[in-house]
Design a protein around this ligand. Structure first.
Ligand code: SF4
Length: 316
């Protein structure tokens, strides 16, 4: 690991200001992804700003009847919270489908949202990768692509976003709250938070330099049946080939987001609209404009099958 300097932030705004002033600085909280990347020298921060002491680790009811989740709430605490289990079961189930108990004990809400892709070429410094080194090329295109994205891809990158939690947050219409380097706050709907790869796959969110996530707000409970279905190559400790996070109402309407298929949690208006018409129609809407490779074409059928299972489960 390369040497780095370290400071403990005393407030969210001072942390954001310090990060904005030093382009080589990174925030650290749980560190479950960042430390791995630093050991491989894929991330090379010269300075770490530890935000663990900022007190952003509470879960509170909002005046609108929703939930404000502090950025530093650990995944285990979030998954086991009484209100989350009762009213946002999709979130609890997605969290429990991700990583191991040890990782969930350390990983934070904000860190989970910001974790980097698990594209194997991204983790191999000997391979060209536009996300790791802009302009160097994409080794996955024309390479091994079984795990890669099928929708929203570009000619520069076909990586997927690895988070299970983010799929649930997308279906729940979460809002990401931040503080910027000038001390101002903003609220970003999660549907606008992530970017598609385009020509700049190394820029993954709309966060500005130094901007720090302080909390994630869930709107009032949507009711319905909450299901998270994750299909993977082995039963635990594996990322999704395809996952479906859905909230299905008694009349068959609902919301659906898919994981393992795109650079961000994938939800489209027509996917929600077609849910009432069954898995085939909803999957076709979700996978419209898909550009699969020969190796990951199976994901199109897998999305439909996973959706069919989710709808059948919701119908009991
Ligand atoms: Fe890098 Fe993206 Fe290509 Fe993977 S898919 S090698 S992350 S540019």
């Amino acid at each position: 690991m390369r040497p780095f300097t370290y400071e403990r932030a005393s407030s969210a705004s001072s942390a954001a200001r310090a990060a904005a002033e030093n382009p080589e600085a990174k925030f650290i909280a749980g560190g479950t992804n960042l430390l791995d990347l630093m050991k491989l020298q894929i991330e090379r921060p010269a300075h770490l700003i530890d935000v663990n002491g900022l007190g952003l680790d509470e879960i509170q009811l909002t005046e609108a009847g929703g939930l404000r989740i502090g950025a530093l709430v650990r995944n285990t605490a979030l998954a086991s919270h009484e209100v989350v289990r009762r009213d946002y079961a999709l979130l609890s189930r997605a969290l429990l489908a991700g990583a191991s108990g040890q990782l969930r004990n350390k990983a934070t809400t904000a860190g989970n949202l910001l974790q980097r892709t698990r594209c194997p070429y991204f983790y191999d410094p000997h391979q060209p990768c536009n996300k790791r080194q802009p302009g160097s090329g994409c080794s996955a295109i024309g390479g091994f692509t079984r795990q890669h994205a099928v929708v929203g891809i570009s000619n520069a990158c076909i990586a997927t976003h690895p988070s299970d939690m983010a799929i649930a947050m997308r279906a729940l219409d979460a809002v990401v709250e931040t503080v910027k380097a000038d001390g101002s706050a903003r609220a970003i709907p999660i549907g606008e938070f992530y970017r598609l790869p385009g020509e700049t796959p190394h820029i993954e969110t709309v966060l500005e330099p130094g901007e720090l996530i302080t909390s994630v707000v869930l709107p009032a409970p949507a009711g319905g049946t909450h299901i998270y279905r994750k299909v993977r190559d082995r039963a635990s400790y594996a990322f999704a080939l395809v996952s479906i996070g859905a909230i299905i109402q008694p009349d068959g309407s609902g919301r659906v987001a898919a994981g393992g298929v795109a650079h961000k949690p994938w939800r489209v208006e027509d996917g929600d609209k077609e849910l009432k018409n069954g898995a085939k129609a909803a999957a076709a809407a979700l996978m419209a404009d898909a550009r699969p490779t020969e190796q990951n074409r199976f994901k199109l059928e897998l999305v439909e099958r996973a959706l069919a299972a989710v709808i059948a489960q919701a119908r009991g």
